[in-house]
Design a protein around this ligand. Structure first.
Ligand SMILES: *Cc1c(COP(=O)(O)O)cnc(C)c1O
Length: 235
């Protein structure tokens, strides 16, 4: 039996996604919802599978590995948190996409490990649009250089960009951040660079996903909004 609260939360989120998508001339189906499962126990996560969601986001390698075996291959795992180079080898054959590429060294290591594993890894470039010092991500004015570099790596498929906006009491305040990354994303898309496919713009979390979608996001990463407040603080 599916947990009633989780079901209601998801119904609510999907209806809000639909409204926000329509405001930006799209459909609900154009937006991918990633259930952020960090700190959530396996039993509770099973509810979202039952609901029909098969994209999970984890921000720590260790936790992803612990949960990985508890689910079947229908799940697409997304690494959404900061990734240390020396941990790439543990997840390279397990994750569908890495959202948090933020250095040349990390990109090179992913390329190297993906080559050894005989696969091409989907990645997003994480951009720190706000310039907040506590956030990972490359600077907006570094994007072109990174795209040029990554487009040369054979075992990486650059699929788009990701950002984490600063927390705002009123999400309207951070609308310009989403708008700015959308403009950068479209600019790169229009350049039609070989080996670069700007398919995804991963922006929006529980607190700000509607504004992010209105500004062009097509992947939202939602944890609290589905599962409720996390029980313990997340490093
Ligand atoms: C935790 C986390 C989320 C989800 O945050 P909520 O506010 O719980 O929806 C999204 N993206 C990243 C990178 C995260 O670490």
């Amino acid at each position: 039996m599916i947990d009633e609260t989780i079901k209601q939360n998801l119904d609510d989120i999907y209806s809000r996604i639909k409204i926000a998508a329509e405001k930006s001339g799209r459909k609900a189906q154009d937006i991918k919802l990633i259930a952020v499962t960090k700190t959530v126990e396996v039993g509770r996560i099973k509810n979202v599978c039952e609901y029909g969601i098969h994209d999970f986001g984890e921000n720590r390698v260790q936790e992803l590995l612990e949960k990985y075996d508890k689910f079947d291959e229908s799940i697409q795992w997304h690494l959404i948190g900061h990734l240390q180079k020396n941990k790439v080898k543990y997840i390279i054959d397990k994750v569908h996409m890495i959202h948090s590429v933020d250095s040349f060294e990390l990109a090179k290591e992913i390329d190297n490990r993906a080559g050894k594993a005989g696969k091409r890894m989907n990645i997003l470039l994480q951009v720190n649009v706000s310039g907040e010092e506590t956030k990972f991500g490359i600077k907006p004015d570094e994007v072109n250089e990174y795209v040029g570099f990554i487009s040369q790596l054979k075992n990486i498929s650059l699929r788009g960009m990701m950002t984490i906006a600063p927390f705002a009491g009123n999400p309207q305040e951070i609308r310009p951040i989403f708008k700015k990354l959308y403009d950068i994303y479209i600019d790169i898309k229009n350049k039609r660079i070989d080996n670069v496919n700007m398919d995804y713009l991963s922006m929006g979390m529980s607190n700000d996903f509607e504004v992010a979608i209105e500004e062009g996001s097509n992947i939202v990463r939602i944890g609290t909004g589905i599962f409720g407040k996390r029980n313990y603080p997340q490093k």
